[in-house]
Design a protein. Structure first.
Length: 350
C-alpha cells in the first residue's frame, strides 16, 4: 500500500487526525528535527531567528510537545505545583500571579491546588494530588502554622519551597519581614503622640498575623505604653467594620493598627458612619499596601509588602533545587516599609 504524498489532501487529513509531529514542524520551518526538539525543550543553543521561525511553525500547525515523552528524556515535567490556602486574599493572588509569570518565563507551567481549610488532612490531600499530577517541585503558600506540625509530611524526594508558612529549617523559605512592618506601623503612631495603639489582628491560625500581633505588643511594651486587648479579626472588611463601630464608641481610642488593608477599610467606614473623623479624631494604619489603598478616603497609611518579589524569589529557589544549581542562600526575607498617607496624624488635643 502506497503512502499518501506529503502535500496531498489525504496526508493533511491524516496529520490533522493524529496531530502534527516533530517532523511536520521541522519540514514546515525548514530546519532539522533536532532543532525543533531543542526549541520544544526550552534549550538556549538555537539562534533567535531560527527559534522564532520554529515557534511560528508550531503555532501555525497547532503542534503541542508531548510532555510525557519529554519528561522521559529529560527527567523533568517542567511543571510546578502550588498549594495555596484561599485564592481570594489580595496578597495570595498577587503572589500567585508572580509565581505564574516567573514560572512561564523559565519554561514551566503551574498546577494550583487550593486548600479550603488549613487542616492537616486538607494539606496532605493537596500535596498528594500534586505528586500524582507529575510536578517537578511544589511551592507551599498556606500561611497557617499547619506546616510546622509533625503529622504534615512534605513529599520526600521532591523539591519544596515554603512561603510565609513555617518555622521549619529543612526547606527553603521565602518570608516577609512581618515583625519590622508591624513595628514601623505601631512606632509611627506612638511618634505622632498617641498614648497607645489598638490592634485588629488577623486569624489566630495565621502565621503572618501572629508575627504582626507579637511585634505590635513588643513595640508598645518597649515604649512603656499600655497594651490594649487584641481585637480578633479574619482579614475581612466586615471584621474591621464591626470593630470600628466598637472603637467609635470609645472617644479615648485615638489610634488603630489593622493587620491588613481590608480590615482597615472596614474601620474607616465605621468611623465615618459614627461621625468620628480620620485622622483628626482617630488615626488608622493598615498592612499590605493593596493597589486601592491610596484611593481610600482618606488615603491609607499602610505597610508595603513586595508580593511580586516573594513570588519571583520562591520560583528562583525552587528551580535552583529542581535543577541542582548552586544556591548559596536557602531562604530569603523580603523587606517591608511604611507608606505614610493621610489617615494618620497627631491625636486630638485634650
Amino acid at each position: 500500500m502506497t503512502e499518501p504524498l506529503a502535500d496531498s489532501p489525504s496526508a493533511r487529513a491524516a496529520t490533522r487526525k493524529r496531530g502534527p509531529s516533530l517532523g511536520d514542524v521541522a519540514a514546515h520551518a525548514g530546519v532539522s528535527t533536532q532543532t525543533v526538539s531543542r526549541v520544544a525543550n526550552g534549550l538556549t543553543n538555537v539562534e533567535d531567528s531560527t527559534r522564532q521561525r520554529v515557534l511560528a511553525s508550531m503555532q501555525e500547525l497547532g503542534y503541542r510537545p508531548n510532555r510525557a515523552a519529554r519528561a522521559l528524556r529529560s527527567g523533568r515535567f517542567r511543571n510546578i505545583g502550588v498549594v495555596m490556602f484561599t485564592l481570594s486574599s489580595y496578597g495570595n493572588m498577587r503572589t500567585l500571579d508572580a509565581i505564574a509569570v516567573s514560572a512561564a518565563k523559565a519554561g514551566y507551567s503551574i498546577t494550583v491546588v487550593p486548600v479550603e481549610r488549613p487542616t492537616q488532612q486538607d494539606v496532605s490531600v493537596a500535596l498528594g494530588r500534586l505528586v500524582e499530577q507529575s510536578v517537578d517541585g511544589i511551592i507551599v503558600v498556606i500561611e497557617a502554622h499547619i506546616i510546622d506540625r509533625a503529622d504534615v509530611e512534605l513529599p520526600a524526594g521532591l523539591s519544596v519551597v515554603v512561603v510565609d508558612s513555617t518555622e521549619r529549617s529543612d526547606y527553603p523559605q521565602v518570608d516577609t519581614d512581618q515583625a519590622e512592618g508591624a513595628r514601623q506601623a505601631t512606632q509611627h503612631l506612638l511618634d505622632l503622640g498617641h498614648r497607645t495603639v489598638w490592634h485588629i489582628a488577623g486569624p489566630a491560625e495565621s502565621y503572618s498575623a501572629g508575627r504582626r500581633q507579637a511585634s505590635w505588643r513588643r513595640t508598645l511594651e518597649e515604649a512603656g505604653a499600655p497594651v490594649p486587648d487584641v481585637l480578633p479579626g479574619d482579614w475581612s472588611t466586615g471584621a474591621g467594620y464591626r470593630h470600628g463601630l466598637e472603637i467609635a464608641s470609645h472617644p479615648e481610642i485615638t489610634a488603630v493598627f489593622a493587620a491588613n488593608d481590608q480590615m482597615a477599610l472596614g474601620v474607616l467606614r465605621a468611623l465615618h458612619e459614627a461621625g468620628r473623623r480620620v485622622p483628626e479624631d482617630v488615626s488608622v494604619v493598615g498592612f499590605d499596601d493593596m493597589a486601592e489603598s491610596d484611593s481610600f478616603w482618606p488615603p491609607l497609611t499602610t505597610v508595603h509588602q513586595e508580593f511580586e518579589a516573594i513570588g519571583r524569589r520562591a520560583v528562583e529557589l525552587l528551580l535552583a533545587e529542581i535543577e541542582s544549581r548552586p544556591e548559596p542562600v536557602r531562604s530569603s526575607v523580603m523587606a517591608t516599609h511604611l507608606v505614610v498617607r493621610a489617615s494618620t496624624a497627631p491625636p486630638p488635643a485634650r
